[in-house]
Design a protein around this ligand. Sequence first.
Ligand code: HDE
Length: 702
Amino acid sequence: MPTKKTNQQDQATIHDQTLVRGQGGELHQIADGDENVLTTANGVPVSDDQNTLKAGERGPTLIEDFHFREKIFHFDHERIPERVVHARGYGAHGYFETYESLAKYTRADIFQRAGEKTPAFVRFSTVAGSKGSSDLARDVRGFAVKLYTQEGNWDIVGNNMPVFFIQDAIKFPDLIHSVKPEPDRDFPQAASAHDTFWDFVSLTPESMHMIMWVMSDRALPRSLRFMQGFGVHTFRMLNAADESTFVKFIWKPKLGMQSVTWNEAVKINGADPDFHRRDLWDAVHAGNYPEWELCLQLFDQAFADGFDFDLLDATKLIPEEILPAIPVGRLVLDRMPDNFFAETEQVAFMTQNVPPGIDFSNDPLLQGRNFSYLDTQLKRLGGPNFTHIPVNAPKCPFHHFQQDGHMAMRNPTGRANYQPNSFGAGPRESPQRGFRSFSEVDTGPKARLRAESFADHYSQARQFFRSQTETEQRHIAMAITFELSKVETTTIRERVLSHLLNIDETLAKIVADKLGIGKLPKPADAAVKIRADLKPAPSLSMQENPPETFAGRKVGILVSDGLDGSLLKALQTALGKAGATAEIIAPKVAGVKAADGSFIAAKHMIDGGPSVLFDAVVLLLSEAGAESLCKEAAAKAFVSDAFTHCKFIGYSASARSLLVKAGVAPDADEGIMALDDAKSVTSFVEACKQLRLWTRETVVKQ
Ligand code: HDE
């Protein structure tokens, strides 16, 4: 048969064979009947996906072209509403491994057997920004964990901070409206630094404790792998005898906590808006599976009654100095989703998802959430059958009589779709195995009330601030100053100051001074006396609990032609031993030639790999390479930014001129380290465990 070409650029049909172009432009044949043949959603094999069906070569497109219509129709409907909060998120699969039986406290199946592995899916998120916003916004991070237990899915829908802005769920829409872009102008995106947010929080003193947390470095995590997670509310555990123990959930990262500075965050957002998701993707693909320990703070009614605050108040926490958190298992993330939309976008977390043995407390925020999460899925996922989507489906046996509705994938089989029935068909409830609520006795007048025990809004805010190191306190002061500098209404700035005066007078004075406010306002009226006797709790500080490891961190190595290849090798080996990774930055992305003639491939060109993307940097340059880089603004910024951000900087002797040109004295401090042999390389990597030389910050004044 003669060859008949349908399109000279992309495709040719030869009798019963199709030619398609490969990545290199070469033509491949797909034989008829090949398993990989393109089909419509209806399964009809497609012969031509490059051209619509036309009446004549130059004629109009025919509506009869069902393949075209179906393809465009589906494309038109690809979007679903993004989450109203936590729209930007990234997820991964993994497992939870139970350390020991917790049968004494809970009959939850997941905690019965030591060593048991339960599949898990985790989604991390920012709260305020839309789906396409940058990863390093100053914001709370969502830390939502779905555990596919043998007795149903258990969702711990937490955050990376242990408290929240509000005490009652009815205020949530107001809080979120205030932080989202202002409605008349639709900006700023993913930022709390604007009038409406600070207006709302300054009129809502219960938010002050959380304000301290979001103004701290916790709101700028270096990696999703380096942050803690908290269930926030008080929950209950119920054992086989239905005895209740209160519990708070804390996830602690194995690699320790780490954050970036605001100046870095701003630059990272430009250099790599996907910084956090790329980091998680890279780590999991490299087999460096991130891990957290689940720790429990367990307590009884007597502890709750004796505690300084109401444990139903989500603006309060229990310092670990008062109640230690016991590790009970570990969470490991070891697999990225096959498809972002199918899993990460469609995953439906719901606080109401608890298995037998876990129960709610009366926290009014939690009670409200139990409505909201179910409700929101209907809007986002389009119908009541979202549990049929694989990422949301339980992995244990399940039987019920729910049926029909949009996109029903499974319906009850047989005649009886109700119970009880006399056809002997279908599941029945089990008083023994089934979920039972704690039989709490609550009586009181029906009223819109807030308990007096929720009235102290400042004492723990003050305790948090006082528990921070000097550097951390400085960062909080700088963050509040920055945010308020973006607030245009001066009365709002002053109102915030009136609250700060109740938290820490020095903090208020520093912020006022930096804003140029000469006269401090009167402190805000406090509903109850502010406690000055709460001891600082070092467990609340990130810097007081350093990771003491460089594992999982990344070093940027700036190289040039003629570098010392053996020094590079020694560095790479030492970093590998420390569990860290390295990326090469070169003047040209193709790479460089070392002095010994070996070729070194690069990951970034200098403008594409700024030092904000790394935890520490090294300059391995030849004299000529350094000379030439001295003329490049990006190379100088690479060095000066690393210095400003208090990072450890290693350099080969011949790279000295670049340091100097970037305004960094090679002997400025102990964080600038000359590398000339394997021993000095080892000392450098050892020093990097400190992550940052914060003492430098007072000199550079970021
Ligand atoms: Fe959420 N929250 N929230 N929230 N939240 C949602 O549910 C809501 C709160 C949290 O990765 C929504 O599926 C109310 C506290 C996370 O998919 C929505 C209140 C904490 C995620 C919702 C709160 C959280 C959400 C939006 C006040 C920390 C992302 C889309 C009572 C303990 C989950 C969705 C994911 C998502 C409502 C407060 C954490 C609208 C009404 C406190 C991690 O249902």
